[in-house]
Design a binder for this molecule. Structure first.
Ligand SMILES: Cc1cc2nc3c(=O)[nH]c(=O)nc-3n(C[C@H](O)[C@H](O)[C@H](O)COP(=O)(O)OP(=O)(O)OC[C@H]3O[C@@H](n4cnc5c(N)ncnc54)[C@H](O)[C@@H]3O)c2cc1C
Length: 303
């Protein structure tokens, strides 16, 4: 018996097709492989399902926890008596708009989105090909790599407001690893991107080159949430952590990657607390060594 039972009953009645997994381990849905179970893990396949789900939750005074690919999340080990709204492959259509535009739904992976752009000989998304997130997460975080950032390509964002209005904005206020959506309960439904005409072979070659760079420098074979801290003014988090002598330093199952000091990895069985304690230790030691305060880039999710 769960406190969410009345909500789940109502959801099943209103949306018989909606995918609802009960008591689902969140560790299986995030790249860190850390996280407790949630009462309901819900994967809508249409905007109508998203809107109806949010309406029912709102009527019960609840709001969903929003999740794309879970590649930027550090999730608590506690039980979540909550509904987690996952926008993934069921929500991943993309189509060309005009000569150089691309509209995609927010659950599409950046990899699939970049490959779709390449198929249409559109350049501008090569940087995003190796980032393991969805378009929704990438817009919310203004994801970026190798000189590219979502802010350079996002023209318009469609979203559902907490008041359940379908809205569009061409001012998503993207800045370094932040957007207007980072601080709101809006659900990003899709985005229109402005790219340029390019040459398919050259686009694919550039994506391969960047992927090689990533493989050479990042611990892609271990669970992590990418860069743990944001780039501080006046330095690089990875260099500061390395200079503080922390490469390989571990708390329980959480460890500063030997390959890339900017990544905390789960070397096996890391708990939420292990990662938090390691992050705190990193912040203290980097501050002591450099006077610079590191701010987390990973999003910490608690029930
Ligand atoms: C190995 C590795 C390498 C990485 N490299 C990079 C990199 O080079 N550059 C970079 O910027 N990041 C990088 N990341 C971090 C991560 O991939 C990005 O931040 C990515 O954009 C997160 O997308 P996601 O779908 O996984 O979002 P999630 O992690 O699921 O969520 C991130 C945030 O976005 C919100 N969100 C997700 N979907 C929606 C939606 N539809 N509407 C509203 N809000 C939403 C969530 O609520 C949360 O606050 C890396 C991560 C890993 C594990």
């Amino acid at each position: 018996m769960s406190g969410l039972d009345p909500i789940l009953r109502e959801l099943r009645e209103a949306l018989p097709e909606l995918s609802i997994k009960e008591n689902e381990p969140l560790s299986e849905h995030c790249s860190f492989r850390i996280g407790g179970r949630c009462a309901a893990f819900v994967e809508p396949a249409s905007e109508r399902e998203i809107a109806e789900l949010c309406r029912i939750l709102r009527a019960h005074g609840e709001k969903p926890i929003l999740m794309g690919n879970g590649s930027n999340l550090l999730i608590s080990d506690e039980h979540f008596e909550r509904v987690v709204l996952h926008l993934g492959s069921a929500f991943s259509a993309a189509e060309q708009v005009g000569e150089t535009g691309l509209y995609a739904c927010s659950g599409i992976t950046l990899r699939k989105l970049a490959l779709t752009a390449a198929e249409h000989s559109l350049t501008g998304l090569e940087f995003a090909h190796g980032i393991p997130g969805t378009l929704g997460g990438a817009v919310s975080m203004n994801a970026g790599a190798y000189g590219g950032e979502m802010v350079q390509v996002v023209r318009r964002v469609r979203y559902l407001s907490p008041e359940l209005e379908l809205r569009e904005t061409d001012e998503p206020q993207l800045s370094y690893r932040h957007s207007r959506f980072s601080d709101t309960e809006d659900v990003i439904l899709g985005a229109e991107l402005e790219l340029q005409r390019g040459e398919e072979t050259a686009i694919r070659e550039q994506m391969d080159t960047l992927m090689e760079k990533r493989r050479a420098s990042q611990p892609l074979n271990m669970p992590s949430a990418g860069s743990t801290f944001k780039r501080p003014v006046g330095g690089y988090a990875a260099a500061l952590i390395d200079q503080a002598g922390l490469k390989g330093f571990a708390v329980g199952g959480a460890q500063v990657s030997e390959k890339h000091a900017g990544f905390v990895v789960n070397r096996g069985g890391a708990s939420f607390e292990d990662v938090l304690r390691l992050m705190e230790e990193i912040r203290e030691r980097v501050y002591a060594a450099s006077g610079i305060t590191l701010e987390p880039e990973v999003k910490i999710v608690r029930p």
